[in-house]
Design a binder for this molecule. Structure first.
Ligand code: FES
Ligand code: MG
Length: 566
């Protein structure tokens, strides 16, 4: 075992290491000769979705002890999707880097990854892939369904809805407080099909969790049992030497994309899956997502695309049941951390509600998890979730209304004299990985107040930003290259005609090439707001959205040597 390099030799260094285990209160029987299992815990007092993780870490430890391992809990960057600014995405790669280096620098043989809130999932997994120690993921699980009077509330989706009612004067102060108190009423992640639910489900489909783990509500006692079982299994993974590299094959990633499309998952999953795949040395491109989206129908009926919430998905059989429906689209031989193959997982699964997990021949949408558009406005691609859009807007040409920054948009979008019609295409520039920075979830650009008052609820919106998985509308996202690095999005001016044709996967700026070249010649990059520290590293190293926004020096599989132990 790897940890034996620290503890076993008969030398001065190991004598020191062993004496320090005694200092921690562990006898030789407790620790030595056992697999050391790191429990990487993304708990913090400002991580609202992981409130149960201190207790759950104890559940994991119990399982590690039971199986004859030595559990060590280590805190890692907590990344609250709500509280971390400018956006948790800005720090996903920092978490990944931290995970990799914590594992490398310590006497650790296997790892339990505890995450759930949006960016914690890819951050933990990307780091674990790069270090490639036996690893198992313990998802935080969804929070309880929300409640306001007789209504069931969904995270995010109902926040926008009730906030609009508040703006329209239909919700008094008292009712607003009741929504505030009822929409997030337990630990656990957003219980709509946002990024957290999407990534947890994909993680299970990739084979990185125990069977059925992704959908167990955070406060369900089954969640504690799953955590303990994961601890036990982590020890066995070390003895079996089953590593992420044996699980995360090209076929596994394909299964992940199939699952994403059937969920109508968050558009963020595209960026994360590409980043994870590249860490694993698997080529995965936007074209793979577009191709698979044409083949796989949306069958999971969860908000915002559908009507149900995560605990309904769980009660309907969860991810194994979904995978059983998707059987014709899946590579069944892929291995899982539980020890069985995806085919074996499916064999034991049953769909318990055809309303929550629709049959393939009665889907929520025939296709359309996420489509990829290309054209002179997005030479490297951009994405749209057609199920979230009003169908009439999926083929549309209109004049651009351009905002250079989010501050510009915020300052002007609700002005009474804004020159805008329902046919306009709202464009936000400089909201991408470098521009914002960190590519925040600004992509569901607000509808101008003037149009809201006319009853308009959707229009074409284009940006280089991301969008929350709980959002909706005709939003073209992840435009690449982004405006801040000189992508054509930077050259759009008010009144330019923009055409989108989603069926044809086309996005076109109706401006002549010569004119665009002339505009490019006078374009200069916006000034960088951050010039030191982590921000500088991010701005210098982030890749663009189609490449996963990883740091270029972290991609790929060249092995970093194990540390010397002297
Ligand atoms: Fe944590 Fe949504 S805020 S998952
Ligand atoms: Mg989010």
């Amino acid at each position: 075992m790897r940890s034996q390099r620290w503890f076993a030799p008969d030398d001065l260094r190991s004598f020191g290491h062993r004496s320090r285990l005694r200092q921690l209160g562990y006898s030789a029987d407790d620790a030595e000769g056992k697999p050391v299992i790191a429990i990487l815990n993304t708990w913090s007092d400002l991580q609202q979705c992981h409130g149960h993780f201190r207790e759950r870490a104890e559940d994991v430890k119990q399982g590690v002890w039971q199986a004859g391992g030595f559990p060590v809990e280590m805190p890692v960057l907590s990344l609250s999707e709500m509280f971390v600014k400018p956006t948790a995405m800005f720090y996903r790669n920092l978490l990944a880097l931290e995970v990799e280096e914590i594992l490398r620098s310590h006497p650790i043989d296997g790892v339990v990854l505890m995450g759930g809130c949006d960016k914690t999932v890819p951050g933990l997994i990307m780091g674990a892939i790069s270090m490639n120690l036996p690893a198992i993921f313990v998802p935080a699980g969804p929070m309880l369904a929300g409640r306001f009077r007789t209504e069931r509330l969904g995270s995010g989706t109902d926040v926008w809805k009730y906030w609009n009612e508040r703006k329209a004067g239909n919700l008094d102060e008292c009712a607003l407080r009741q929504v505030e108190e009822g929409i997030a009423r337990s630990p656990g992640t957003c219980m709509t099909m946002g990024t957290a639910s999407t990534m947890a489900s994909i993680t299970e489909a990739l084979g990185l969790t125990l069977t059925g783990a992704a959908t167990i509500p955070a406060v369900h006692s089954a969640h504690a049992r799953m955590a303990t079982a994961a601890g036990r299994r982590a020890v066995e993974l070390v003895w079996e030497d089953l590593r992420p590299s044996a699980i995360l094959t090209a076929d596994a990633f394909r299964n992940g994309v199939v699952t994403d499309m059937a969920l109508c998952g968050s558009t963020n999953a595209i960026i994360h899956l590409i980043a994870m795949a590249r860490r694993a040395g698997v080529p995965l491109t936007l074209e793979d997502f577009d191709r698979i989206s044409r083949e796989v129908p949306v069958v999971v009926n969860l908000r915002p695309a559908g009507e149900f919430l995560m605990e309904d998905f769980h009660d309907a059989g969860g991810v194994p049941a979904l995978l059983s429906r998707l059987r014709p689209h899946l590579a069944l031989g892929c291995r899982t951390v539980g020890g069985s193959t995806i085919g074996e997982v499916i064999a034991g699964a049953e769909v318990l509600s055809d309303e929550v997990i629709r049959p393939l021949d009665r889907p929520l949408a025939r296709a359309g998890g996420t489509f990829v558009l290309r054209g002179n406005l997005a030479p490297d691609g951009c994405v749209i979730k057609p199920t979230a859009a009003e169908p009439r807007l999926l083929k549309h040409t209109g004049p651009a209304l351009v905002f250079a920054t989010y501050a510009d948009l915020k300052a002007r979008i609700d002005q009474d004299d804004l020159d805008v019609t329902p046919d306009h295409v709202v464009v936000l520039q400089n909201a991408g990985p470098v521009g914002a920075p960190g590519m925040p979830e600004w992509g569901m650009l607000p509808i101008p107040k003037k149009l809201l008052q006319q009853g308009i609820r959707d229009m074409v919106r284009i940006s280089d930003a991301r969008m929350s998985g709980t959002s909706y509308g005709t939003c073209v996202l992840h435009v690449a290259p982004e405006a801040a690095v000189g992508g054509p999005l930077a050259l759009v001016r008010d009144g330019d005609l923009i055409e989108i044709d989603v069926e044809a996967r086309r996005i076109h700026l109706h401006v002549a090439d010569e004119e665009l070249a002339a505009r490019k010649a006078t374009w200069s990059a916006p000034p960088r707001r951050y010039e030191r520290g982590y921000s500088r590293l991010f701005l210098d190293q982030t890749s663009q959205a189609p490449d996963g926004c990883d740091f270029t020096f972290l991609e790929g599989g060249w092995p970093t040597p194990e540390p010397d132990i002297y």
